[in-house]
Design a protein around this ligand. Structure first.
Ligand code: ADP
Ligand code: MG
Length: 526
């Protein structure tokens, strides 16, 4: 019997393998749907300089295992001509560019829509108005899975009365709120932690209501699109670049299609690599392209990849977020300088929160983020967990149990995820080194704080001792300073306190000794 051959459309592939994208069961699908829609909302706002205002609603439908998830944003909106493909064609995206965004795969929203279509049979509803548009557009659509094409069931538009811009997406899926609830709440909290510049409202089907207000009027630096770097391309990428270039010789091709290659360096490189600079790039055969790619990767005089396409959160915003959400007594945040692995630029950021409302734990609480996306699953297989759990905290003044939480953010044009689930980061030596350096840098500041605090506590302890002996000191003072001839009169306690302050202030330079402090200590002792 002969085999039957056929091909799958991308929509059918992801329909069959939906667990790859996190849609493995109703609980996970509910979580993933919230996540994909919220991430699209954030990409449509902060990357474009808009302070995000995001509303998320999860409502139970008449069928109790069906839920409608609605996410509304104040972003740039979507031009109506692109709405059907953006939501009805798998692998259609505005983010296939070399700059950091949360979505990069052209998949997220469509997976939620596909899952909804399979489990509830309902279409997605999209209401949108682009930034300078005078109208609002509404679409109801489904995905033709076999052809990977949108099916528009309904569309309409009406003039805008208010100056609103943004997008509202509603998807109905089979879900499991009771099992997904805690993860979803944690996800929203972790998003809020690194977006103190956003207002986020979440309403669940029970009485769950979360409201994170905007606490700072500062956005992270937006990412800029860049050309590929010669160390970060492979054979296929260079083939495609040659196919689409209009340049007529290799010198122009290299300098115009890549970052980090100036004219002089291009000439030097081509000479060393044995290519004629005037050669038409389209005339290279596959073996020559292979040689070119290998030589590009091993030539070490190109400028390192630029960090422009990256958008770190920034130490200031991390510190504000940690203070706001965790209410620690001490916080330190570090943004490292850009580094590179395999030709991809990356930046590591670390935030450490200590004491206050941070719970006492046996090992640090870890908040992982990749390109500003909180990672909640597969913590123990993540390289970040490996680093944090083997880090020598003792050297930095921490003995567990301790009230310690650590945030680590990796941003890159290519996050080295472990496996297809995109929930944990693989071991990459360059990243590991940067994370450790960032932890050490933060650790040193934490140690200074802890040492200072211990010293202060020690000073208070000594002060307490002093104050305990006030009566004796007072007597001593009396004996010394009262003229025996005068009538025996009591020294007022005010005078004693003043004297004590002056004596102690001289002895304990770092402590601000006030009357109030001494009185408090006296009260405490009594
Ligand atoms: P990805 O986010 O990886 O590009 P999605 O399927 O999640 O893939 O979204 C597809 C495209 O639809 C996005 O690239 C974006 O252009 C557009 N889009 C989705 N949601 C929004 C939104 N809330 N505001 C503006 N554009 C959006
Ligand atoms: Mg997306």
């Amino acid at each position: 019997m002969s085999e039957v051959f056929k091909s799958l459309s991308p929509a059918e592939f992801f329909y069959r393998n939906r667990e790859i994208a996190g849609f493995s069961n109703p609980a996970r699908a509910l979580y993933q749907t919230v996540r994909e829609l919220v991430e699209n909302a954030l990409d449509a706002t902060e990357v474009h300089g808009i302070f995000p205002l995001i509303r998320v609603y999860v409502e139970r439908d008449s069928n109790p295992s069906h839920f409608t998830i609605t996410v509304e944003d104040n972003g740039i909106g979507i031009p109506p001509q692109y709405v059907p493909q953006a939501f009805g064609q798998v692998l259609f995206s505005s983010k296939y560019r070399l700059r950091q965004t949360r979505g990069m795969f052209g998949l997220g929203a469509k997976m939620a829509i596909l899952y909804g279509q399979i489990t509830t049979g309902k279409p997605v509803e999209v209401i949108t108005s682009p930034l300078n548009s005078k109208r609002i557009y509404m679409f109801k659509l489904m995905i033709d899975i076999k052809r990977n094409k949108p099916i528009v069931l309904e569309k309409s538009s009406w003039p805008k009365k208010k100056n609103w811009h943004g997008t509202i997406v509603s998807v109905s899926i089979e879900g499991d709120w009771s099992r997904a609830k805690s993860r979803i709440i944690e996800y929203i909290r972790r998003v809020a932690l690194i977006t103190p510049y956003a207002e986020i409202i979440f309403q669940g089907p029970d009485n769950t209501y979360l409201h994170y207000t905007r606490v700072v009027a500062k956005l992270p630096k937006p990412p800029k699109e860049v050309l590929p770097h010669p160390y970060g391309v492979d054979l296929e990428a260079v083939k495609m670049m040659i196919a689409s270039t209009n340049e007529k010789n290799l010198i122009d091709f290299l300098t115009k299609s890549f970052q980090g290659i100036g004219r002089i360096i291009a000439e030097k490189f081509l000479k060393e690599a044995g290519f004629d600079p005037d050669r038409d790039p389209k005339s290279l055969n596959i073996d020559e392209i292979k040689v070119l790619v290998n030589k590009l990767k091993s030539f070490n005089e190109f400028k390192p990849p630029r960090a422009d396409p990256l958008s770190p959160i920034g130490a200031e915003l991390i510190a504000i977020g940690l203070k706001q959400i965790l209410k620690p007594e001490f916080v330190v945040a570090i943004t490292r300088r850009p580094a590179v692995y395999e030709g991809h630029p990356f930046i590591v950021e670390v935030g450490v929160a200590y004491g206050g409302s941070v719970p006492q734990v046996q090992e640090p609480i870890l908040y992982r983020y990749a390109n500003k996306i909180p990672l909640l699953y597969d913590e123990k297989s993540d390289v970040l967990w490996k680093i944090i759990s083997t880090f020598d905290w003792h050297q930095y003044g921490i003995t567990f149990p301790a009230p310690l939480a650590v945030l680590i953010h990796i941003c890159s044009t290519k996050i080295p995820y472990k496996g297809v689930g995109k929930e944990s980061i693989a071991d990459v030596p360059e990243i590991e080194r940067e994370v450790k350096n960032a932890l050490r840098e933060a650790g040193r500041k934490l140690r200074t704080y802890i040492q200072r605090k211990r010293k202060l506590e020690e000073t208070y302890r000594k002060l307490t001792l002093f104050v305990r002996y006030i009566p004796e000191i007072a007597q001593g003072l009396e004996v010394l300073s009262i003229n025996p001839k005068s009538k025996k009169k009591e020294l007022s306690s005010d005078v004693i306190v003043d004297k004590l302050i002056s004596i102690l202030s001289n002895k304990l330079e770092n402590v601000n000794i006030t009357k109030d402090l001494i009185n408090k200590i006296v009260v405490a002792i009594e």
